[in-house]
Design a protein around this ligand. Structure first.
Ligand code: PEP
Ligand code: NA
Ligand code: MN
Length: 619
């Protein structure tokens, strides 16, 4: 019976499947927790996910038969499906996201907070019976390679089969994780409901959700509860909720780093390889950099991850990184054969699409992919044609695809040891002020650079286009505790190893513009020239390839490889020009921003700001 998938789902006898869970694990905490959620949510059925391909296909076929998702053209996009969300449920909801630490000051000024007791009292009636008429799926999952000492296990229960299929791609999920989870091991419990119980005979909608939404993290007890949304970051709880908000609190307590960073391997023309992690706010090209094709002959970029990075110290005193994820959850619009050919190849099979357009031949399309089709069905399910006033694909439409389908995947992407990190890059979108690249003077200065990460808002986000938003370490929506304590935690890394073993820290800006508003730097594959300088600086003794400047270490004259690049001397001059007035303006804004952290702001931050001002004194 246990091996027969059709028998896993068993009418109203819900505890039969708990029996099945008991066959699979001796972890009493897990069994108890699942039982409690079932009693609260009152699903019709319970289903323990095994994580197999067969299960994925079965759940997808089932959704296709119910008309919930569409199977794409098998000759163009084998094993791919399209889902259209409720038009109100298309993105992460930061205003409904809470860090419910026991003490309010531990959530800090940049997070929404509610007392955990009050939050639980609020959520209980919402979850009571929230899965009626539905199946509760139980998914054990590992964030990170199985058997890695850097990885952590979670268990998500959800009433959405679409969430199950996404989690199957985005995490290592199912029986293999239960086999790893020993009797007394802890796990992060993740409760998710779309909040749309069905009355007997009631017709389901294709994307059930609730206008009331709560995305709740309890960092002290390492637990996650999410209500009302079926969308990505709100519902795939292994991703932002666990791997960033909960994991950052774990990392604070246990001396490691959980970061909003891509990880790439960079190999030079002599075959020497270094790994680099990079944090950029959204809409700054993290996925493109992670999968970039260098224009410098003989150099190679390989992809470990495009969104999240966990780093722990190895026995040798270096930081080793894993990508906790198993897939890409990327923004579709703008992805094309010229902007990111590797991404495009990664998503041509076994991929779930959400809110992109459907072409007449049952393929997908989005703005920026190619010339528009003569007609299409837009993301809301309506007829669309070129010239239409609304976009065919939602601007935040997504693909969910297995990591190992990426042609540039790094051979060590699944290595339990992780990869040693030589350099950390911060960056944002800034049309002025910030040069193409500079290097931190030391770890403290690098921490300050991470903390001062800021980016101009684009048309894709709410707010005034061009307005600069502070986004420290690109973690503003994802830090699971007080951002002031987070700065201190970064500073404390220096005490855990020898300074020369810590990654070197850099800041980049691909987006600087001339006074006439033209980009000064071509970007994309040409960014490999900047990566090359970073690589050389990691090997350098002292000031090789480098000059001092008030802001830190900058490339020496002619040390940036511009061979074969058609760029004027004047563009290069502008890319690296430093304007004291602009920098003092940024500094003033940073001082203002830091005030909100009060006595949680480490004194080293003020010191760094004073030092920067002093270095500019005679400039
Ligand atoms: C998400 O919205 O679920 C998500 C992954 O966010 P982002 O693309 O901003 O990282
Ligand atoms: Na988003
Ligand atoms: Mn992200």
């Amino acid at each position: 019976l246990f091996n027969n998938p059709t028998n896993n789902v068993i009418g109203s006898k819900r505890f039969y499947s708990i029996e099945q869970l008991k066959q699979k694990t001796k972890n009493q905490k897990l069994i108890q927790w699942v039982e409690e959620q079932a009693k609260l949510c009152k699903p019709d059925k319970i289903y323990i996910c095994d994580g197999s391909e067969e299960e994925f296909n079965r759940l997808c076929n089932d959704m296709v038969e119910k008309g919930v998702i569409t199977k794409l053209n098998s000759s163009k996009k084998p094993n791919c499906y399209l889902a259209r969300s409720d038009p109100s449920d298309v993105a992460r909801v930061e205003s409904r996201t809470y860090i419910c630490s026991n003490k309010k000051e531990d959530a800090g000024p940049t997070n929404n907070w509610m007392d955990p007791k009050e939050m639980k009292a609020t959520l209980k009636p919402l979850f009571d019976g929230s899965m009626k008429g539905r199946t509760m799926y139980v998914m054990p999952f590992s964030m990170g390679p199985l058997g890695s000492s850097i990885s952590h296990v979670g268990v998500e229960v959800t009433d959405s089969p679409f969430v199950v299929c996404n989690m199957k791609i985005m995490t290592r999920m199912g029986d293999k994780v239960l086999e790893q989870l020993k009797e007394n091991d802890s796990f992060v419990p993740c409760l998710h409901s779309v909040g749309a119980p069905l009355k007997p005979g009631q017709k389901d909608s294709n994307w059930p959700c609730n206008s009331t939404k709560y995305i709740v993290q309890y960092p002290d007890e390492r637990a996650i509860v999410s209500y009302g949304s079926g969308y990505g970051g709100n519902a795939l709880l292994g991703k932002k909720c666990f791997s960033l908000r909960i994991a950052s609190a774990m990392a604070r307590d246990d001396g490691w780093l959980a970061e909003h960073m891509l990880i790439l391997g960079l190999t030079n023309d002599k075959g020497e390889k270094k790994y680099i992690a990079a944090a950029f706010p959204s809409a700054c090209g993290k996925t493109n950099l992670a999968m970039m094709t260098p224009t410098i002959p003989g150099w190679k970029v390989e992809t470990v991850g495009d969104d999240i990075c966990w780093m722990k110290f190895g026995k040798d005193g270096r930081l080793y990184a894993i990508n906790p994820e198993n897939g890409f959850f990327g923004v579709a619009p703008g992805t094309s054969a010229s902007s990111n050919p590797n991404a495009l190849k990664a998503i041509d099979r076994n991929t779930l699409y959400t809110n992109v357009a459907l072409t007449p031949d049952n393929d997908v399309w989005w703005e920026g992919l190619s010339n528009p089709p003569s007609k299409a069905i837009d993301w809301t399910g309506k007829e669309w044609a070129p010239g239409s006033k609304t976009p065919a694909a939602h601007p935040n439409s997504r693909f969910t695809a297995p990591l190992n389908q990426c042609p540039s995947i790094d051979p060590a992407w699944d290595d339990p040891k992780g990869v040693p990190i030589s350099a950390i890059i911060f960056g944002g979108r800034r049309s002025s002020t910030i040069p193409l690249v500079y290097q931190a003077l030391d770890w403290k200065h690098g921490t300050f650079m991470g903390a001062s990460t800021a980016s101009e808002l684009t048309a894709a986000a709410e707010g005034t286009v061009g307005k600069i938003r502070h986004d420290p370490f690109a973690m503003l929506p994802f830090c699971g505790y007080n951002m002031g304590d987070y700065f201190s935690h970064w500073l404390s890394m220096e005490n855990k190893t020898k300074p020369e073993l810590l990654p070197k820290i850099f800041y980049v800006n691909w987006f600087r513009k001339s006074p006439s508003g033209k980009f000064l730097w071509p970007g994309f594959g040409e960014n490999s020239r900047v990566l090359k300088w970073i690589f050389q600086r990691c090997n350098a003794k002292g000031m090789e390839y480098a000059d001092n400047s008030p802001i830190g270490i900058i490339p020496a004259n002619d040390s940036l490889d511009l061979n074969g690049l058609d760029i004027s001397k004047d563009n290069i001059r502008q890319l690296f020009s430093l304007n004291k007035t602009e920098w003092m303006g940024d500094l003033k804004s940073m001082r203002e921003y830091c005030k909100q952290f009060g006595n949680k702001l480490p004194k080293e931050m003020n010191q760094q700001m004073d030092n920067l001002e002093k270095r500019f004194k005679d400039f």
